[in-house]
Design a protein around this ligand. Structure first.
Ligand SMILES: [Zn+2]
Length: 262
């Protein structure tokens, strides 16, 4: 079991939610690939339809094609709260394939639809592609890139603060972090920034190939193969130069809006 956490993960207690949800009653809506539990049928339908459109669009952007229909629909539990949105998606893997997956999202409905759902659905596209856990920095970093402009701008600012206080990790370390470090916000901010940099340099499909090959062949070899730089140290230097010029220079979140792509 491998849990991926949205930015609200610190506030979420998955076990508590599981106990709480049956008591909420509510409704369920089944679409081709999702089965959504929410307070009302209308909310369940809206979430299911948005999840389907995220799944189609994000798969096309990263893979160049849609995913085949899942044999078992992915359950989504929706918990409406007054706050910002967050989510958790958990996966089991068996023989190089996703064997089970489930998602929880919480927050205001408009924030769930705009940010938490694209983020969590991106995790499901990556899990389907890799058939196993994705490195944390890339999984969270690129999922944050699927969120709306306000959230992407917020993470640009987090990355600026992180570099100003020299809290970032060398990429050679970031790439092999397996557990979430104590500075979770900084870790997300750096993963987001590197993912944005790599995607602006080479597009989304190449980013995924870089991650897949980095896990298999080593990060230096994958850097050479996909970005024509000598090694991860050179990639680190290139990211810092880009960050100074583009992000600190005020070009906030220029990466295209994935959910506006067709
Ligand atoms: Zn996440």
């Amino acid at each position: 079991m491998d849990a991926h956490h949205g930015k609200g993960c610190a506030r979420l207690a998955p076990l508590g939610l599981l106990i709480l949800l049956p008591a909420l009653g509510g409704a369920s809506y089944r679409s081709a690939n999702f089965v959504v539990e929410a307070r009302t049928p209308e909310i369940a339908r809206q979430v299911a339809e948005r999840a389907e459109s995220c799944r189609t669009t994000i798969a096309r952007a990263y893979l160049g094609h849609e995913l085949p229909r899942w044999r078992i629909p992915c359950p989504i539990r929706v918990r409406l709260t007054p706050g910002e949105a967050g989510g958790v998606t958990s996966f089991g893997f068996h023989e190089g394939k996703v064997s089970d997956q489930s998602m929880t999202v919480e927050g205001r409905l408009d924030r769930i639809l705009a940010s938490a759902l694209p983020h969590e659905v991106t995790h499901t596209i990556f899990a389907a592609y890799l058939g196993g856990p994705m490195p944390r920095w890339a999984d969270e970093g690129a999922s944050l890139l699927s969120e709306d402009l306000a959230e992407r701008r917020r993470h640009d600012r987090i990355s600026i603060d992180l570099l100003a206080r020299r809290g970032e990790l060398p990429l050679s370390r970031l790439f092999v972090v397996e557990e979430y470090p104590s500075d979770l916000m900084g870790f997300y901010g750096q993963g987001y920034s590197i993912s944005r940099f790599l995607i602006e340099m080479g597009g989304r499909p190449r980013f995924l190939e870089f991650v897949r090959d980095g896990m298999r062949d080593g990060w230096d070899a994958s850097t050479r193969a996909h970005y024509q730089l000598a090694n991860v140290h050179e990639l680190d230097r290139a990211w810092r130069a880009w960050h100074r010029l583009v992000v600190q220079g005020g070009q906030l979140a220029q990466t295209d809006d994935i959910m506006a792509m067709h």
